[in-house]
Design a protein. Sequence first.
Length: 298
Amino acid sequence: METENTTFQSGFVSIIGVPNVGKSTLLNALINQKIAIVSPKAQTTRRAIIGIHNAENHQIVFVDTPGIITPHYALQETMMQSVEQSLQDTDVIVWLTTDKINSNENIVVEKLQKISKPILVLINKSDKSDTEKIQHRISQLGDNLSFANSLAISALHKFNIESLISLILNYLPIHPAYYELEQFTDQTERQLITEIIREKILTHYQEEIPYSCEVTILEYKEVDNQVRIHTEIHVERDSQKIILIGKNGMKIKRIRIEARRDIEALLGKTVFLELYVRVAEGWKNKENFLKKFGYLTQ
Ligand code: GDP
Ligand code: MG
């Protein structure tokens, strides 16, 4: 008979912070897989994404969240609700920041002051800083917030990632695993595919274009070891459709080639990818579209 394991630890750890501090990079470093897309642009992450760190005696469920901002439209409101939800559901909070003060930081501090859960402050991008600056920053942060512990890391260079895991284990409850031990994310293959396409759009377009696109899958068919994926890119206006497609379709072609390469690597199969650009007039502020795209549940 199987005896109950009384030392196994499992729990949820929310990674929060302002945009662009490296939350998604950290999630990928912790899981050693590319689960969350990363870009130098703010607000790349639109939904909370789970990455699961499995080991013999523990399972840590990390939740990467959208960067904390003051919302200006309905989509951003749903993004901030997903941050709130993850703060409520979590066992430990990781507040990721850098050695620089950010103008949105007070919103983060206000949220954290109301929550009585262990908070770990991480100073990321330590590769671009020094011990003195980091120490100074940590002591300044301590003036406004009481936190359980702090650590300097570099998500990009995977510095102190193991130390972070050890640190988290000091605060993680004894609990059976929440997920199957071989599972490393809650993202479905389809979600990973649409996120790959969104990442290419974030890389190759400027200004409002990346923020105006939503990607959905219309058809996914597997025939003779080849996968045919028909996707739609929804934009807010006609003018954006023209920019996205580019002269003679050259710009969208680049997205298709790069996305197909990454999707083939993900699936390990030959992929035929179709991208169809559609106008969903003002979708970021419209309830029906936000529901259709899965940002609102009812
Ligand atoms: P998020 O908005 O907080 O999820 O941030 P991302 O993970 O998308 O990263 C934003 C940018 O910061 C990207 O260009 C990353 O490559 C970069 N970045 C993340 N972590 C580090 C780090 O440890 N060092 C440096 N130098 N850059 C980093
Ligand atoms: Mg992110």
